[in-house]
Every structure is written in structure tokens, then in C-alpha cells.
Design a protein around this ligand. Structure first.
Ligand code: EPU
Length: 416
């Protein structure tokens, strides 16, 4: 298995251009199969999750073509295919095929999703939504079977604010008869991105970005062209890496509004932040103040950024507290940071982080964002040595051209 090797201690400097958002792409690609004609997605990130989704659509008999950062999906010959095993198990977001196939064919058989298993991640709210729309749902030998003779609009209150459930219900409800209302919906920018695509395909969705979404079902949806929003998690990771290495980096092709929570926290630590129209410049300082960070649903501080943020907190003078209110135990990376010399105590859903230097070590990424935490940590090491990170396949799921981007900004990082 490949490893990432990092000789830290080099301040990052220069410009990094952010690609399209992974968590949008993995929802937009299955959304495209609700159309009867060609959908073109621009600003597509080059990630292993996107490659797996390409194969999934091909298994459904869609024609998929990729040119640079563009994906052309022709779903006109789409077939309803049962997928109890195989590629669906390789990524979490395969659950969006449930909503999309249910909307298109009135049935779906999809194996329970895989992906980053940093803690149990139930899909009960997705299922509750499908049932409210009139589907029968059963779990047979680890695959979810969903069938509806007719999908009918309904009022659905989500018990937990869920990105996946909100999007999955929007997908199915777009082709239901009548009006669906989702209450207590998630508000993440990726949800707005999916609704924008669906509306361009002929859906009638309003209220996205608020907690109440109204979807009026339509009989037919058509192709369109759509540009994927920039990846705010990749952007946030580079902002953190710039601060952690006391660098000076322009994070380009971003929507600064999507990064407000992270910009605010970095400012509070003493990092210099300059916001431009579509870029953020981050200039590090020699010393940082400790801060408390609470990972929350959007527009709060993203849970996907709390892991790399933890590595930055080790660089502050004093004690910081990092609490994740979205996932209760997303801290599998903490023992790995401890191997690098970090002083972190776990208490319930919080990590208590004492500032201090990190050292090179052999560590393992246990999931995607854990990998990002280890990369940031390794970049801060000024005492020499090489950090070897295994589990690179997780990092490749969500960071487009990571080695190239960091090398261009002066980092010593390579694959072996
Ligand atoms: N939850 C339930 N029941 C459900 C669905 C969710 O109890 O039916 C709980 C989860 O266990 C969690 C909370 O609700 O505690 C929020 O989960 P959510 O459904 O919002 O997460 P998700 O849709 O499965 C997406 C991203 C994650 C990101 C979360 C939270 C994708 C493909 N994944 O997951 O991204 O952490 O939202 O923002 O969009 C990542 O990119 O590394 C990643 C894990």
C-alpha cells in the first residue's frame, strides 16, 4: 500500500486553487439519473469517490464521459439494476442511489453503504422519508429494498438534521405526485447545490438553505449543465495548513461565505485573514492563542474540519477544547497525533488539546479527515525526520491533487 511521506517545517507559500466539492459531486452524479437526457457537470473534482460513482452509473447503463474537470452523463438508456453488493459498499454516498432510483423507477435495491466508518452512521431518517413518500422499505441481508407503486408528496420532519437524508428525500420527492415539505432540513451549501441542479433539470424546489424545503413533484426531468461549488472542506484544510506552518497562502476559487466559521476561528487564534471576492489569503503568525471550537451543522464550524483543526490547536500556547456536536466520537486520529507527541485528552465528545511541538512518526489515517489531520500535523514538524502516513487511500477519497498542491507551495511531500 502507498504511503505519504512528509518532511515538515516548511512554511507554505503561494496559491492553491480549490476544486469542486466532493460532497456535492457524490450527490449531483446520482441526481443526474433523474433526467431523461444529458447532464453536464463542470468543476468536477478528481477523486476516487467520483471514479467509483462513474462505475456505478455505468452499471445502471448510463453513458458517462469524463474530460478534464467535466463529466457528461447520458442517462437516456438507464435501467433499474439491483445493487446489493459491489461498488455501493465502497463509498458512503452510494445511499443517494436509493432516492434517485426510487424517484426514477419506483424501486431500488442498494447494499448498505461503506465509506468512512469513524462511528456508526445510521440512515433511519432517509428510510423514514422514503416511507412517508409511500415506499415500502426492508433490510434483506444487508441490502435496503425500497419499492413504491406510487410516490406521493408528504410532510416529513427530520428527527436529526441530516445532510444525506435531506438530499435523498429531495431526490425522490422531485418525481413524486404532489408537494413534499421537509422540516428541520439541513442547510449545508452542498444541499443548495443539489437543489440548483434539480431545478435546472425541471424540478420545483424552494426553501433550500432554510430549515423548511418545499418540493413540488414533476413528471419529467431533463438534462442541463451545472458547475459544482468549490469544496469548502478542502479550502478549510489548506487554510489550516497555511496557519499551522506559519505560511502565506492564497486559497483561490472559494466562496468565502461558506468559510466564515473557519475564518472566524482562525482570526480568534491570531491568524491573519484577508477575504477577497473568490479567495482568502491566510498569513500565519509565530504564536497562536488557544480557542474553543464546537463542530456543528452548517453554518457552524464543520465537523469535517475538526480533525485538521485539532492539529492546528497543538500549535497554540495553552489549552484548547474541541467538541463535536455532530458526531460523538470522531476522534480516531487522536492516538495517531499522540504518537507524534501531541498532548490530547478525550472526554466524552470533546478533545482537550495542550499546545506543544509535534515530532515525525509513522502514523495511520483511519478515515479521510483523520488523514487530513495527520498531513497538517506532519507539515508542522520542525525538528527533522520524516512522517510516514499510511491509509492514503482514505485521503485520496477527498483531496484532489494534494501532493501536487502542497509541493507547489513549498512542502516536502511525496508518495512511496
Ligand atoms: N444521522 C442519524 N440518522 C440518519 C442520518 C444521520 O442519526 O438517518 C446522524 C448521524 O449519525 C450524525 C448526524 O445525524 O450524527 C449528521 O449526519 P448526516 O446525515 O448529516 O451525515 P451524512 O449525510 O452521512 C455528510 C457528509 C459527511 C459529513 C456530514 C456532516 C457526504 C457524502 N458526507 O454525511 O462528510 O461529515 O454530512 O456534515 O456528504 C466527509 O466528507 O469526510 C464526511 C464524512
Amino acid at each position: 500500500m502507498e504511503k505519504l511521506l512528509i518532511a515538515g517545517g516548511k512554511p507554505l507559500s503561494g496559491t492553491v486553487t480549490i476544486s469542486g466539492a466532493k460532497n456535492s459531486a457524490v450527490a449531483l452524479i446520482p441526481a443526474a439519473i433523474l433526467a431523461e437526457s444529458t447532464v453536464i457537470l463542470d468543476n468536477l473534482p478528481d477523486l476516487s469517490d467520483v471514479a467509483i460513482y462513474t462505475e456505478l452509473l455505468e452499471e445502471l447503463n448510463a453513458t458517462v464521459e469524463r474530460k478534464d474537470d467535466q463529466m457528461i452523463i447520458d442517462p437516456s438508456a438507464l435501467r433499474s439494476v439491483h445493487m446489493p453488493n459491489g461498488n455501493v459498499k465502497k463509498l458512503r454516498a452510494s445511499y443517494y442511489l436509493m432516492g434517485a432510483l426510487l424517484g426514477r423507477f419506483g424501486e431500488a435495491v442498494i447494499g448498505l453503504p461503506g465509506g468512512c466508518n469513524f462511528e456508526p452512521r445510521p440512515i433511519d431518517q432517509h428510510i423514514k422519508g422514503f416511507e412517508a413518500l409511500g415506499a415500502r422499505v426492508s433490510n434483506e441481508a444487508g441490502a435496503i429494498h425500497i419499492r413504491a407503486t406510487e410516490l406521493r408528496g408528504a410532510k416529513i420532519y427530520l428527527d436529526v438534521v441530516s445532510v444525506g437524508a435531506t438530499i435523498n428525500i429531495m431526490l425522490a420527492a422531485s418525481r413524486a405526485k404532489g408537494v413534499t415539505i421537509i422540516e428541520n432540513a439541513a442547510k449545508e451549501p452542498e444541499i443548495i447545490d443539489v437543489a440548483t441542479l434539480l431545478n435546472s433539470m425541471g424540478a420545483k424546489i424552494i426553501g433550500v438553505g432554510t430549515e423548511t424545503i418545499r418540493i413540488e413533484g414533476v413528471n419529467e426531468m431533463h438534462g442541463c449543465r451545472h458547475s459544482i461549488i468549490p469544496d469548502r472542506i478542502q479550502a478549510g484544510t489548506y487554510m489550516i495548513a497555511a496557519a499551522a506552518t506559519r505560511g502565506d497562502v492564497l486559497v483561490d476559487n472559494v466562496i468565502p461565505k461558506h468559510l466564515e466559521a473557519i475564518s472566524a476561528k482562525l482570526l480568534e487564534m491570531g491568524v491573519h485573514i484577508e477575504e477577497q471576492d473568490e479567495a482568502i489569503r491566510v498569513i500565519g503568525r509565530p504564536e497562536y492563542e488557544p480557542v474553543d471550537v464546537r463542530a456543528l451543522v452548517y453554518p457552524g464550524f464543520a465537523t469535517d474540519i475538526q480533525s485538521p483543526m485539532c492539529s492546528l490547536l497543538t500549535q497554540s500556547r495553552g489549552t484548547s477544547i474541541l467538541t463535536d456536536y455532530v458526531y460523538s466520537s470522531r476522534f480516531k486520529y487522536v492516538p495517531e497525533l499522540t504518537r507524534m507527541g501531541a498532548n490530547i485528552k478525550l472526554e466524552g465528545r470533546s478533545a482537550i488539546v495542550e499546545g506543544g511541538p509535534l515530532y515525525a512518526a509513522d502514523v495511520r489515517a483511519t478515515d479521510l479527515r483523520a488523514g487530513a489531520a495527520l498531513v497538517v500535523a506532519a507539515l508542522t514538524v520542525t525538528s527533522g525526520g520524516i512522517t510516514e502516513i499510511s491509509g492514503v487511500e482514505y485521503i485520496d477519497r477527498g483531496y484532489d491533487r494534494l501532493v501536487e498542491n502542497l509541493s507547489r507551495m513549498g512542502a516536502e511531500i511525496w508518495r512511496k
